[in-house]
Ligand binder design. Structure first.
Ligand code: NAD
Length: 476
């Protein structure tokens, strides 16, 4: 049983007692005068408080963004825009440690992940898109490309900084201006990134950051000045937003939920596959839209894979996210922990078998050990619904056809994984699996050059690569 390592990282996240909205290049108090708290899910202590943006603030942000688009940003040559975006990337690198610590404190994800993945990947997105800013005409040879105007963006709490980069970098490279809302649970890196926009000398109003609850997100998505909206979050909220803007001429992209199949064939290198399964579902406590939350394992090796998996999970360290040795940190909030716990109860009630390694829950903080469900069938809710936690539903299959059918038997279609020694099988499955991303002999690999997005209820539009940029441009 793991005791928590008492030696945290010591970098100072430089948190202020209070953060304001970032509108028209300035940090300003919300017109309604209200603030909300952000807490550390690892110990439930208050970290800071943030401005609660309302309708008047959202209007001011869109007015500033439209002004910036009409007078400066929309007219600026791409090579000039690129300089600002490169500067943002470099300033983020300079403050990498501070951002990693702030993100871990706010979200509960292990410092190893924020340090080695979230922050460098966010910087990589700004670098990559800066490189495109003066080459946009190559996206559609022989045609003209134009920015859309002001884009409204709303993001979730699972990769707070990275989602900011995924949204803001392509919008700016394409010549658009932005009004963005981070998730209510994890707003800190958004207001810190606003400091970087200011320090990079980004013209006033080009990016505006409005913190607040879901209702504030609704105001941004439905705002009449938003030429395009980009949303990442749950399928449920995505549908509410789509209804709210039906009949308008807004462009939109939706990055929604997932229930990915990670498929292991009997010829796969099993130890490697087990590492891939662990990374697929326990990275970021399983709070990943493309998590490999359904393991489909070929019947002949199922027993061996499950035994190896249990051995591996016994040594996975669940604990203080600030400890460099932690593998699984805290769940983002009490509400999310309750949702996951609810699914554990549902799974057991439906007849699946639950397994967890020995774990002692600390008195404070929102923790859950890595959890397996075996004896699962396709009709079980734990095999069908997005749990968004460290919970793996394990199913078996006999033939390739059965694997494909089970993998595609879901309303989602964001990602899938295939573990096999056979190249021909990888090629076959990569066309037959209805998923935006198919990983072969790896999982959860990301790169700014690769488009990411869904089939079916996982959404539409792409982020990353040239396809992602095209979603921020009018091709004429
Ligand atoms: P959520 O849908 O509850 O919230 C996402 C964002 O929308 C938050 O900023 C929230 O404040 C805001 N919001 C809530 N109600 C709103 C409304 N009516 N109008 C406008 N905005 C509103 O999702 P979450 O719990 O923050 O994130 C988890 C979900 O996000 C999961 O379903 C996950 O799969 C999905 N996700 C998808 C991707 C992807 O790329 N496909 C990436 C990350 C997360």
């Amino acid at each position: 049983m793991w005791e928590f390592d008492p030696a945290p990282e010591t970098a100072d996240p430089k948190l202020k007692a209070r953060y304001e909205l970032f509108i028209d290049g300035e940090f300003v108090a919300p017109k309604g005068g209200k603030y909300f708290e952000s807490i550390n899910p690892a110990n439930e202590k208050k970290l800071t408080e943030l401005a609660l943006g309302g309708a008047a603030d959202v209007d001011a942000a869109f007015a500033a963004a439209q002004r910036a688009f009409d007078t400066v940003w929309g007219k600026m040559p791409g090579r000039e825009r690129a300089k600002y975006i490169y500067r943002i990337a470099r300033l983020l690198q300079d403050r990498a440690r501070e951002f990693a610590v702030a993100e871990t404190l706010d979200n509960g994800k292990p410092i190893r992940e924020t340090r080695d993945f979230d922050v460098p990947m966010a910087a990589a997105h700004f670098f990559y898109h800066a490189g495109w800013a003066d080459k946009l005409e190559y996206l559609a040879p022989g045609r003209r490309v134009q920015p859309l105007g002001v884009v409204g963006q709303v993001i979730p709490w699972n990769f707070p900084l990275l989602m900011l980069a995924w949204k803001i970098a392509p919008a700016l490279a394409a010549g658009n201006c932005v009004v963005i809302k981070p998730a209510t649970n994890t707003p800190i890196t958004a207001v810190k990134l606003a400091e970087i926009f200011r320090d990079a000398g980004l013209p006033k109003g080009v990016v505006n950051v409005i913190t607040g609850p879901g209702a504030t997100g609704g105001l941004i998505m439905a705002h009449p000045k938003a030429a395009k909206i980009a949303f990442t979050g749950s399928t449920e909220v995505g549908k509410v937003i789509m209804k709210s803007i039906a009949g308008t001429d807004k462009r939109m992209t939706m990055e929604l939920g997932g229930k990915a199949a990670n498929i292991v064939f009997d010829d796969a290198p099993l130890d490697q596959a087990v590492e891939g399964i662990v990374n697929g579902i326990f990275f970021n406590q399983g709070q990943v839209c493309c998590a490999g939350s359904r393991l489909l394992v070929q019947e002949s090796v199922a027993e061996a894979v499950i035994a190896k998996l249990k051995t591996r999970l016994r040594v996975l360290r669940v604990g203080d996210p600030m400890d460099k040795n932690t593998d699984v940190g805290a769940i983002v909030s009490k509400a999310q922990l309750d949702t996951i716990q609810g699914y554990l109860d549902i799974g057991v009630k439906e007849g699946a078998e639950l397994w967890q390694p020995p774990f002692r829950r600390p008195a404070k903080g929102f923790y859950l050990p890595p959890t397996l469900f075996t004896e699962v069938t396709m009709s079980h809710r734990v095999a069908r619904e997005e749990i968004f936690g460290p919970v793996l539903a394990i199913l078996t299959f006999r033939t390739v056809e059965e694997a494909v059918e089970k993998a595609n038997n879901t309303e989602y279609g964001l990602s899938a994984g295939v573990w096999t020694d056979k190249g021909s099988r990888i090629l076959k499955l990569s066309t037959e699996l209805k998923a935006g991303v198919v990983w072969a002999n790896t999982f959860n690999k990301f790169d700014p050059t690769s488009p990411f997005g869904g089939y079916k209820e996982s959404g539409f539009g792409r982020e990353g690569g040239r396809q992602g940029l095209l979603d921020y441009l009018q091709v004429v």
